[in-house]
Ligand binder design. Structure first.
Ligand code: UFG
Length: 325
């Protein structure tokens, strides 16, 4: 059985659906602080906190856990600078607790959510996994520490791990069953769509004076279902008894904030009201993944275009609105 921490969250719930489709039995461990019980549709929910060793031990005692997929974390770049104590506690101490309990129960395989935020301001585009790790925000620093914990547990105790460095997760389940819901919402594509649908008045564009063709930052957007698929491939890789280490999950293509907005405007057929704002603290100019390692080692490459990501997010957002109406 696979333990999925944070399985009620955005990338976690999409991975649970992919696990269920592959007939992989799993249990979701989540404190529902940012996840949603409605998003736990495939495995049983064990309500617990990774910061609480007792919760973790109870879960490992109750279920025959053999592998772990670890999503549970705080994940907002901007918020991390305002609440560093919470970020270090949940992401670093929570992960240390999980690894300690895995060791106690002799569980030796873990796939976990790392991030492009580990690189900071890149020296090289596309960014290879060998790029120096110089995060420019607290969130990124917690992810570097999580990776270091894994590497040290590998050396000392033979833990096999995959650190999946996601670039910008976007889109929603094509069936519209689950999608991205954060409160408050800070991510670009959901905010673009909220503005397009009239839920918010204006889209704030954080910075129009970056050294890019249209002055806005460039990101590598990757469909959440493509990310989910990569977790299954990484689990299968670890089952061979080998350690995967760090691997980028991105498309190798960058879009500026302006290009994402233009693409959404074409899709909804009208302009989206927007306002230029100050730069957001901790935002790198450009993040684009070198994804050759994922192709070579996992046989993974992204299947969805930016339009498909925005379209699926739109289908989920409109369905949610109908549900609330
Ligand atoms: N942005 C806006 N307006 C908004 C929201 C975002 O202009 O309303 C801009 C941001 O300033 C940034 C870009 O859109 O330039 C993308 O911002 P997101 O908040 O959607 O995503 P981030 O790049 O900040 O962060 C995401 C994940 C992180 C991960 C990172 C890696 O949230 O966990 O991608 O690339 F580390």
């Amino acid at each position: 059985m696979i333990l999925v921490t944070g399985g009620a969250g955005y990338v976690g719930s999409h991975t649970c659906k992919a696990l269920a489709q592959a007939r992989e039995e799993h249990i979701v461990f989540d404190n529902l602080s940012t996840g949603h019980d409605w998003a736990v549709k495939w495995g049983t929910l064990f309500r617990g906190d990774i910061c609480n060793l007792h919760d973790l031990r109870t879960c490992f005692q109750r279920y025959p856990i053999q592998e772990v997929v670890h999503f549970a974390a705080l994940s907002l770049v901007g918020e991390s600078g305002i609440k560093p104590a919470e970020y270090y506690e949940t992401n670093v101490i929570g992960t240390l607790n999980l690894l300690r309990v895995m060791k106690e129960f002799e569980v030796r395989s873990i796939v976990f959510s790392s991030s492009a935020a580990v690189y900071g301001e890149p020296e090289e585009i596309p960014i290879p996994e060998s790029h120096p790790l110089r995060p420019v925000n607290v969130y990124g620093r917690t992810k570097v520490m999580m990776e270091q914990l894994m590497a040290d547990f590998q050396l000392a105790y033979g833990l096999n791990f995959a650190a999946l460095r996601y670039f910008n997760a976007a889109g929603a389940d094509p069936d519209g069953e689950i999608g991205e819901v954060h409160e408050p919402e800070t991510h670009l594509i959901p905010n673009v769509l909220r503005t397009a649908l009239g839920i918010q008045e204006m889209l704030d564009i954080y910075g129009t004076d970056y050294p890019t063709p249209d002055g806005s930052p460039i990101r590598d957007y990757i469909h959440v279902t493509d990310l989910a698929e990569a977790h299954l491939l990484a689990l299968n890789y670890l089952r061979r008894g080998a350690c995967l280490g760090a691997i980028n999950l991105g498309s190798n293509i960058g879009y500026s904030v302006g290009e994402v907005v233009n693409s959404a405007e074409r899709l909804v057929g009208h302009t989206i009201p927007k306002a230029a704002r100050q730069r957001r603290a901790g935002d790198p100019v450009r993040l684009i993944a070198g994804n050759s390692r994922a192709k070579e080692v996992l046989g993974w490459s992204p299947q969805s275009s930016l339009e498909e990501m925005i379209q699926s997010a739109l289908v989920f957002s409109t369905g949610k609105m109908r549900h609330l109406a």
